[in-house]
Design a protein around this ligand. Structure first.
Ligand SMILES: Cc1cc2nc3c(=O)[nH]c(=O)nc-3n(C[C@H](O)[C@H](O)[C@H](O)COP(=O)(O)OP(=O)(O)OC[C@H]3O[C@@H](n4cnc5c(N)ncnc54)[C@H](O)[C@@H]3O)c2cc1C
Length: 389
């Protein structure tokens, strides 16, 4: 097969890039190692920045998002038993939209199928070659047969555990990482959310988050040990521990039910620099990971795709490489802002026993400042709704 762009990975980054390139008349294929059903079954993010919603509009797939997405104009923080609302709309002039990553993925997959765009699912042993020259090649196996795709560019949208980043020589890449000593135990359940808006909880037993995917489907998280196991957390125990970390108001409204999904996610801040290696361009989790506290992972994948799609479109329209040359620098500037914000939210709200009473007092002072300073609230709001592209 010969295409202009070979996209590795059919997560939100790969699918969104595929759709934008398709609309611009650029010939691209998506090569994904998993099945379509597996990709759709993954429960992940759910808070979209306004810029990401705008990207969905640009990609002409925002119909269902417009009808079903929940506009949130604020978030609540419950810190040491005291609640404080951050008025996102009032402080930043913008809001966020709650719409599950699974739904974004489904909308993009449906658009791709309707357009008859090329996709290869269940591709084994995907490898990328020749991206330091002019004729990169992607190889994979499917149903026992070997396949090869010649292309102009490879878009590495294959997530943190993908093949693209490790294919770059070690000497060409710099990695920055912080691994946190805890994880998030998450439960998805068909129960109405405990509150209209998300509640971020800092409690002496650990962090909790009351989130949602719709008016009838809730997503809850509690901070847990990194080596904890889902099997240690039957539903009843999870709901009891979550209730302990809430205030009376939330506790009285908490509706429990059987979990549809339960998983433990480690928390990590990670950035690989640069994001371009000749004709291989990384986007999304393939290049960076943030702890989910700032709701930024999916949104960063979208902002990378914004820059990458524009750069490729400019290249194919005019032959100019200036936007491709600027790609890595432009992305990384925004990436580091989101890494900082996610790290800051994580530090403010989680239990860090190793930081002792000094660490807790600093958290209290930070929260006090947040409650009483419009400037501090505005800073949180403007980062939470997303910095402009
Ligand atoms: C458990 C979990 C929970 C999360 N929760 C949140 C949250 O609450 N809020 C938030 O903002 N973010 C969250 N995130 C992060 C967010 O989901 C990601 O940032 C987002 O999925 C990034 O999209 P992506 O397309 O870059 O990568 P991915 O979604 O990881 O997609 C990469 C794709 O590449 C495929 N792939 C991998 N290796 C290969 C290969 N060798 N060959 C071919 N294909 C390959 C994968 O199967 C996958 O389909 C969560 C992530 C995880 C893992």
């Amino acid at each position: 097969m010969r295409v202009q762009v070979a996209i590795i990975g059919s997560g939100p980054a790969g699918l969104l890039l595929g759709q934008l390139l398709h609309l611009a008349g650029i010939d691209a294929v998506i090569v994904e190692q998993r099945s379509k059903e597996y990709v759709l079954g993954r429960i992940r993010a759910g808070v979209l920045e306004q810029c990401m919603v705008d990207m969905m509009e640009r990609a002409q797939i925002a119909g269902r998002l417009r009808a079903e997405g929940l506009v949130h104009e604020g978030i609540e923080i419950l810190f040491g038993g005291e609640r404080h609302r951050i008025d996102l709309q009032g402080l930043s002039g913008k809001h966020v939209t709650v719409y599950g990553q699974t739904e974004v993925t489904r909308d993009l997959m449906d658009a791709r199928a309707a357009a008859g765009a090329k996709s290869v699912y269940e591709a084994d042993n995907v490898t990328v070659h020749g991206f330091d020259g002019k004729r990169p090649v992607v190889r994979y196996r499917k149903e026992g047969a070997a396949h090869e795709i010649e292309c102009d560019f490879i878009a590495g949208c294959d997530g943190f555990h993908g093949v693209c980043r490790p294919s770059v020589p070690q000497s060409a890449i710099t990695e920055h990482e912080r691994v946190y000593a805890f994880g998030w135990l998450g439960v998805l359940a068909d129960v109405p959310p405990v509150s209209e808006e998300l509640i971020y909880v800092s409690h002496e037993r650990g962090f909790a988050l009351c989130s949602m995917r719709s008016r009838t489907r809730s997503r809850y998280y509690i901070q847990c040990e990194l080596d904890d196991k889902v099997e240690n957390w039957p539903d009843q125990l999870f709901w009891a521990e979550l209730a302990r970390r809430l205030d009376d108001r939330a506790r009285s409204r908490l509706v429990t039910g059987p979990s549809l999904e339960k998983s433990i996610a480690p928390l990590r801040s990670y950035v690989a620099e640069p994001m371009r290696f000749g004709r291989l361009l990384l986007a999304g989790d393939a290049a960076h990971i943030v702890p989910p506290t700032g709701a930024k992972g999916l949104n960063l994948a979208a902002s990378d795709v914004h820059y990458l799609s524009n750069a490729l479109i400019e290249y194919y329209r005019s032959g100019k490489t200036s936007a491709l040359d600027a790609y890595s620098g432009q992305c990384l500037r925004r990436v580091w802002q989101a890494v900082r914000f996610s790290w800051w939210m994580t530090n403010l709200l989680h239990l860090f026993p190793e930081n002792g009473s000094f660490g807790r007092k600093i958290q209290c002072a930070e929260f006090d400042y947040l409650m009483n300073s419009r400037a501090a609230g505005t800073s949180l709001a403007e980062n939470y709704v997303g910095l402009p592209y």
